[in-house]
Design a protein around this ligand. Structure first.
Ligand SMILES: [Mn+2]
Length: 337
């Protein structure tokens, strides 16, 4: 008889997914169902997504993490996953957009997070089923601070993930199953095996998110447009990205880079003034024409006309300052990270 394994939030933990399929004795003919959140925080989202995309008898629901990718709302863990998924990112996100928000059979219903007890699943708003912030607000409106499943009285078992319940799954009245046991945070990956309704679980191999989020910090920071932001925007961004739980070394490098660029301004001003004087002497009345032929021409003309602030020399962004430096033959570090 075909078994069905419903699996809690996997979050890119491919090794544990294989461990769980093995522990549950899943064969090719058995059905594997994910409650959603295949990606984000874990080390190997690509292998997890590819498994669900390529394995016959597989189904994944759309979790709030998939939904963020689909809607292009990328917080830090999505920015990391985007880099991890690499060249196939767009294609995988198009696939995510095809995933259903619930799955129901005669013997079970599955949803990533919420439902309205007594209301058919396809009449429950998508954001409630996915567990987004707006969905949570709707649930709070209906049920206050109590979780929706405390109002669930149907006989049909219901399975969900989304809310980490600790290393052991939540099981109420043998028909309410909360399976997010925090594998990406070093706890466990849990599945529910049907038709027996038996819990199967494997330990996480590491606190993945702790490692992944610091390992990917530099690559993610490298994708930000540091050079074309204004100096003020760079400093504001650095401040907003400071996180007491993260190694600040990469942000320190960005900060140091900005400081060294700004610190080069007196030297650039000296060079610029020396060039203005030199060209003025050599070209006399022809200053404009001679300066225009110079790589730093527009700065020379503005400086001579007194239209360049001595403090920042008209350079509001690192990119402009680097362009001026290069035009004056001064080498400055171009890469912040
Ligand atoms: Mn989740």
């Amino acid at each position: 008889m075909q078994s069905t394994l419903i699996i809690g939030d996997i979050h890119g933990c491919h090794a544990e997914l294989l461990d769980l399929l093995d522990r549950a004795g899943i064969g090719d003919d058995d059905l594997v169902v994910s409650v959603g959140d295949l990606v984000d925080r874990g080390p190997d989202p690509t292998a997890v997504v590819e498994l669900f995309r390529s394995r016959p008898n597989s189904l994944a629901l759309c979790g709030n993490h998939e939904r963020k990718h689909i809607r292009g709302v990328l917080s830090y863990s999505q920015q990391v996953a985007k880099l991890q998924l690499g060249a196939d990112y767009e294609d995988h996100v198009r696939w995510m957009a095809t995933l259903p928000y619930h799955w129901e059979r005669d013997d079970v219903r599955v949803v990533h997070w919420g439902l309205y007890p007594g209301v058919p699943l396809d009449e429950v708003p998508e954001d409630v089923r996915a567990g987004t912030t707006s969905g949570d607000a709707r649930l709070r409106e209906r049920y206050g601070d109590r979780p929706w499943y405390e109002f669930y009285t149907d006989d049909k078992p219901v399975v969900f993930g989304h809310s980490v319940v600790g290393p052991e799954p939540l099981v109420l009245r043998d028909r309410i199953f909360g399976l997010d046991t925090g594998v990406c945070h070093g706890m466990r990956l849990t599945g529910l095996l049907l038709p027996q309704f038996k819990i199967v679980s494997v330990p996480a191999r590491a606190d993945h998110w702790e490692r992944v989020r610091s390992e990917w910090q530099a690559p993610v920071l490298r994708t930000l447009p540091w050079q074309t932001m204004t100096f003020e925007q760079v400093e504001k961004k650095v401040r907003s990205l400071r996180d007491p739980e993260l190694d600040g070394a990469v942000l320190d490098r960005v900060q140091g880079w900005v400081t060294s660029l700004r610190g080069a301004l007196p030297q650039l001003r000296e060079r610029l003034d020396a060039e203005v004087a030199r060209i003025g002497e050599a070209a006399g009345e022809e200053f404009g024409r001679a300066a225009a032929a110079h790589p730093a021409g527009s700065w020379l003309l503005r400086r001579r006309a007194g239209k360049l602030s001595p403090e920042h020399l008209g350079c509001s962004s690192p990119q402009q300052l680097l362009a001026l430096a290069s035009a004056l033959g001064v080498t400055l570090p171009a890469d912040p990270v």
